[in-house]
Ligand binder design. Sequence first.
Ligand SMILES: Cc1cc2nc3c(=O)[nH]c(=O)nc-3n(C[C@H](O)[C@H](O)[C@H](O)COP(=O)(O)OP(=O)(O)OC[C@H]3O[C@@H](n4cnc5c(N)ncnc54)[C@H](O)[C@@H]3O)c2cc1C
Length: 296
Amino acid sequence: MTTTAAPATAPFRFFDVQVVRTRRLSPSVVRVTFGGERLAELASGGRDQRFKLFLPQPHQDRPVFHDTGDGWYTTWRAQDPAERPLMRSYTIREQRHEPREFDVDFALHGAGPEASPSAGGPASRWAAHARPGDRLTVLAPAVEDNGGVDFRPPAGTDWILITGDETALPAIAGILSWLSPGTHAKVWIEIAHEDDRQQLPSFADTDITWLVRDAATAARREPVLDALRAAELPEGTPYAWIAGESGTVKAVRRHLVRERGIDRRAVKFTGYWRRGASEEELLAELTAAAPAPEED
Ligand SMILES: Cc1cc2nc3c(=O)[nH]c(=O)nc-3n(C[C@H](O)[C@H](O)[C@H](O)COP(=O)(O)OP(=O)(O)OC[C@H]3O[C@@H](n4cnc5c(N)ncnc54)[C@H](O)[C@@H]3O)c2cc1C
């Protein structure tokens, strides 16, 4: 397994992109494929490569945004909220060079052609109704080795532990496809429907447990945590990567560090969304606590 420290810089750049095609992968996930003139300059680092997308307001046909380079965040915040594009975090599921395209898998969380118009959030609603030609702006990496890749197992790692939900599925797919032969990975993935399972090709030795959420008990049960508590974990030094709903992520991290005795430095955890809070609300909390990081 190749291991590298995260670089100090996060060389991200704005790209205007348009939808090339969409495909409903499963009941809860739609894949949107993007193309764009300057995509030769986009360089995904693979694995859990995150990026920002900027959505137009409902009355706009493209995001109204002025790229001011390093000062973009201040410019964006200063824009009229009624005109300012909505910013959301996503994962580059796959980048291709011939033709130049990249895929993003959107969890619909309630949005969809058959759902009520207010279901989901702006990004999932946008994805559910996306059509070829629809335009977006993305802030995405221009060099492969960038700070938007978090999955970085240190030297000495014996095995990999991964947990996530539908929102983390693109990152998990990217991570598993990156792992080297001979690596052992134990993976727990929570999904809404049996049919949300995906093929997750890997050269590694993967042991994947799919946990289908029971809608009736979803508010009270923690399928990933329950499954982990019952699991027998391999010997040796693990590296854990945890993503999904913030509360679940925290509970899983606590279990791994406190009850399993895993070194906290070997647990990379990221709340991808929080029940009851939009990404604006999460960002407002973060920016009240600290200045925005370089690329987001
Ligand atoms: C680094 C990173 C990478 C991510 N990659 C992906 C990705 O590749 N694919 C993906 O689908 N998501 C991904 N996410 C999660 C995504 O950014 C959030 O789900 C986001 O809130 C969706 O925006 P929205 O406009 O649809 O909903 P928001 O306006 O942000 O939220 C509206 C409401 O929906 C709820 N909500 C948000 N997400 C979910 C959910 N999944 N299930 C149930 N309720 C939800 C919120 O709690 C809120 O009440 C990623 C997040 C991060 C931080």
